[in-house]
Design a binder for this molecule. Structure first.
Ligand code: ADP
Length: 201
């Protein structure tokens, strides 16, 4: 595929949406396709319903994964084939990291199990920017915006953060880790540099 797929990952409150807004308004990305998971679609809506209710964790994973499959088929693949830069706020690593925690009582190696069910059909990103932050700080930031989902609890987020860091350690050539407990300007510069180097490669 001719385009480039860049994904933004990290726990809730790590700053992904803030940077997405910055990139969206940056002239270098005026032709880029901005997207997110869960998607804005009926399957994405079903995912949000699952998150906000007591839905079984495995059922929830299947909904997330269905949304991912549809996202790839309807948006990601066509855009990459057209040579576009695609920037997704959350993508497959969110599933590996989050469901790697929520399913830990169901499988021996939940993160690896979730990764396996993506094999053979997902599109692996060219670059994944991991926004890394202490969950204590991210929860404080989320508190400010006045919303709390079950994914925003510190214990859970600590496990998710560990999983993200494990993923990054396993694939250092795909991941760039950004410390987001810093001034926004510094984060913006590091993100721009990481994206520019992948686009020019
Ligand atoms: P995410 O999309 O990863 O959940 P957001 O971008 O929504 O995170 O950020 C969560 C909150 O933290 C928002 O209120 C945002 O304004 C604030 N925030 C984001 N980045 C920073 C930063 N570098 N320093 C301080 N606050 C930040």
């Amino acid at each position: 595929m001719k385009g480039k797929l860049i994904t933004l990952e990290g726990i809730d409150g790590s700053g992904k949406s803030t940077i997405t807004r910055f990139l969206n308004s940056h002239p270098a990305f005026s032709d880029a396709v901005f997207t997110r998971e869960p998607t804005r679609s009926w399957i994405g809506d079903a995912v949000y319903k699952a998150i906000e209710s007591d839905t079984d964790d495995l059922a929830e994973l299947m909904l997330f994964t269905a949304d991912h499959a549809n996202h790839i088929a309807t948006l990601i693949r066509p855009a990459l084939e057209e040579g576009k830069i695609v920037i997704s706020d959350r993508y497959s690593d969110s599933r590996y990291a989050y469901q790697g925690v929520t399913l830990r009582d169901r499988f021996e190696n939940p993160m690896e199990w979730v990764q396996q069910i993506h094999e053979g059909w997902t599109v692996v990103p060219d670059l994944t920017i991991l926004f890394d932050i202490d969950p204590e700080i991210s929860v404080q930031r989320c508190g400010k915006r006045g919303e709390q989902t079950k994914f925003e609890k510190i214990d859970l987020l600590s496990g998710v953060r560990e999983n993200y860091l494990r993923l990054a350690e396993k694939e250092p050539e795909r991941f760039v880790i950004i410390d987001t407990d810093r001034e926004l300007k510094e984060i913006e510069n590091d993100v721009l540099q990481a994206i520019t180097s992948i686009i020019e490669s």
